[in-house]
Design a protein around this ligand. Structure first.
Ligand code: FUB
Ligand code: ZN
Length: 652
């Protein structure tokens, strides 16, 4: 009764405020009972010049337009025209191509949430028309299960992707509504969701997300409409109650990360993207319900992830076989699967965990994945994409404009386009600063007081951050400032005086006071290059080191070595003066490199036997100087061997 009343009030509030679409962020957590933090709208954050705005400009000017041309060329739009009868063509591509177009629209929608781009909007409007023209009166919409394949609908749920595509349709529809107030695509997706609610579930036909994704989309649809039935459908999918009706085997259950109660899970296993999308949906469910069993599972899984299954880059998925998680500490570098979508899913999962708690350990993972394992996924010119993001390479081709399974490129595009929505949050106590970048937040505190936060920084190259706090009137509230876990001696000052409270690495510093116009917070993060070692059970990295600086992981690319010297025969000298950050304005769009001394053998690798006695190993080495580049920027000067984890010289 109480729930029904809440839902009623929520719906009423929505219909009373038709402009709500302008207020909603990456997630609309405004009414989520277990969300401590609430997203701010993407449009409330204007990015200033800097690291991410350069990337975002390339995204909107190159990646998004070229990807639309490729989607057209490969038939992703024609597949809809074929179903609507607008074009007589064969269906092209694998059975999940609809989702690629939906993700592209979502990317465009995030751009439109921040700025007017009439041409981009016109493309979206045209595509929405094409998509909706293919929708059946029942609400069903999928370009694969038509014609001869119609009889297979909802019979191939392990592999079918019907629900995965619907999840992306809903997310695109919601993002486009939040961009423009235009509900057409959202209403189309909702019609399909209603079709499911009507015909599937306990006592009706069974349903399973062979590829989780619909769960999180349904939670967001609930947040958008206030209609409880969508959250209930997500709960049903997460409950795994249908495993017997669908005769699922243990292998399916592991691989799909669905088909058993989410709350029975104790480890991340199986297909990495599926598992992390499922966990994201489960976190959404927790944010709406506070179900303690869900929270216990989410915590257990998070620990499993960060203690043994996540790469230094924030990438996940160790095995090509099944695109799957491996055992704990199974983190091969060259064979790392680390799909771009999996790193993005890692961000999505941690964003929800952060919203629930306000704990910086989740933001640390977000930042790690974003700057490294996600960022590496798109070339600097915005036209090529990585599907895999390994930490070592012999120089094989890694970046392509298009993949037969092209899930990653539009996923990267929607992530970059939505970035302003990840910098700040609000809570009942005040405002949170998660990520550092030149930007202006123009929003309000949760008591309604308008506030502008102006952030100035050279992050991630420099650790100096200044934030001007401008509430419309003097108001007491807290500014939560994230102190990255790697920061050794963080300094925080307010109006020039040392801030009260102890800034602890890996936590948020709560700065509570009566804030007045033009109060200034300064944050100083020392950013030396640092030497990172892996747990001894990560056998590949035994007696190797990786170099990091600030949020960035570094690597050695063959281009940095003289002829005849291989990245596989270099040990670096990490001694006190061994690592020197240096700015290279002409390199890779302008990056800070790490200069280091190193040693290499004097015999070419190709002439060396597979095995030899220790005594036969030549002892002569030669010294060289080299520079490491940020990992995200590798494979932008043509293909070349690359290594993140490097042997360290034993030379004194
Ligand atoms: O199955 C659709 C997409 O293809 C998944 O999200 C990716 O991991 C890849 O398997
Ligand atoms: Zn992908």
């Amino acid at each position: 009764m109480r729930l029904a009343l809440t839902a009623l009030l929520f719906t009423a509030a929505l219909s009373a405020a038709p402009d709500d679409w302008r207020e909603q962020g990456v997630l609309n957590l405004a009414n989520s009972p277990r969300a401590r933090l609430h997203s701010v709208p993407v449009r409330a954050v204007k990015m200033g010049d800097g690291f991410w705005s350069a990337r975002m400009r390339t995204n909107v000017e190159r990646s998004i337009p070229t990807m639309l041309a490729l989607l057209e060329e490969h038939g992703a739009v024609d597949n809809f025209r074929r179903v609507s009868g607008r074009k007589q063509v064969a269906r092209k591509g694998p059975l999940y191509t609809d989702s690629d177009l939906y993700k592209w629209i979502e990317a465009a929608a995030f751009v439109l949430q921040g700025e007017d781009r009439p041409e981009l909007r016109a493309h979206c409007d045209r595509l929405i028309g094409e998509i909706l023209a293919a929708q059946e009166p029942s609400g069903y919409l999928n370009t694969w299960y038509v014609g001869d394949r119609e009889k297979l609908r909802f019979t191939e749920m392990q592999r079918g992707h019907e629900l995965y595509c619907l999840g992306h349709l809903l997310q695109a529809g919601i993002a486009y509504w939040r961009a423009t107030g235009d509900r057409r695509l959202l209403d189309g997706g909702t019609r399909f969701a209603d079709y499911l609610v009507r015909d599937f579930g306990p006592g009706k036909r069974p349903l399973l997300t062979g590829h989780p994704e619909l769960e999180l989309a349904l939670a967001e649809l609930y947040r958008t409409t206030g209609e409880r039935r969508y959250l209930d459908l997500a709960a049903y999918l997460l409950s795994g109650v249908e495993r017997e009706r669908l005769k699922l085997s243990g292998r399916d259950i592991v691989y799909l990360f669905s088909g058993s109660p989410f709350t029975s899970r104790t480890i991340f296993e199986g297909h990495a993207v599926r598992a992390l999308y499922a966990a994201s949906g489960a976190a959404d469910y927790y944010l709406e319900t506070g179900d303690a069993a869900y929270w216990r599972t989410l915590e257990t899984l998070w620990q499993d992830l960060v203690t043994g299954k996540m790469y230094l880059t924030g990438g996940v998925g160790s095995r090509a076989q099944g695109e799957a998680f491996g055992r704990p500490y199974e983190l091969p570098n060259r064979d790392a699967y680390t799909e771009s979508c999996a790193a993005i899913a890692n961000l999505m999962f941690n964003w929800r965990m952060l919203a629930a708690t306000g704990q910086a350990r989740f933001t640390g993972v977000i930042e790690r994945a974003l700057y490294n394992g996600i960022n590496s996924g798109m070339s600097l010119d915005g036209r090529l994409y990585c599907y895999r993001n390994p930490l070592e390479s012999e120089g094989e081709r890694i970046r392509n404009p298009w993949y037969e399974t092209t899930c990653c490129p539009p996923n990267l595009e929607r992530t970059f386009a939505s970035l302003p929505g990840y910098l700040y949050s609000t809570s009942a106590e005040g405002v949170w600063v998660h990520l550092y970048h030149n930007s202006t937040l123009d929003w309000h505190l949760e008591d309604g007081t308008p506030i502008v936060l102006r952030q100035t920084t050279g992050y991630p190259w420099s650790g100096e951050v200044s934030i001007k706090v401008n509430p419309a009137r003097e108001t007491e509230f807290t500014v939560f400032l994230r102190i990255p876990a790697w920061a050794e001696r963080p300094g925080v000052r307010v109006n020039g005086a040392e801030a009260s409270g102890n800034p602890k690495p890996g936590e948020y510093l709560a700065l509570r006071r009566s804030w007045r116009r033009d109060d200034v917070i300064t944050l100083s993060l020392d950013m030396p290059a640092r030497v990172t070692v892996a747990h001894p059970m990560v056998s590949e990295n035994f007696s190797r080191v990786a170099i990091e600086r600030g949020p960035l992981v570094y690597c050695l690319e063959q281009h940095e070595l003289p002829p005849g010297v291989s990245v596989f025969d270099v040990s670096i000298d990490t001694g006190a003066e061994g690592l020197r950050p240096e700015y290279a304005p002409e390199l890779l769009g302008g990056v800070w490199t790490i200069q280091t001394r190193a040693v290499t053998g004097t015999r070419p690798l190709s002439g060396q036997p597979l095995y030899q006695t220790q005594a036969q190993v030549p002892t002569r080495t030669r010294e060289l100087r080299l520079r490491l580049i940020p990992y995200y920027a590798w494979a932008n000067r043509g293909q070349a061997p690359m290594r993140v984890w490097l042997p360290r010289t034993s030379r004194p």
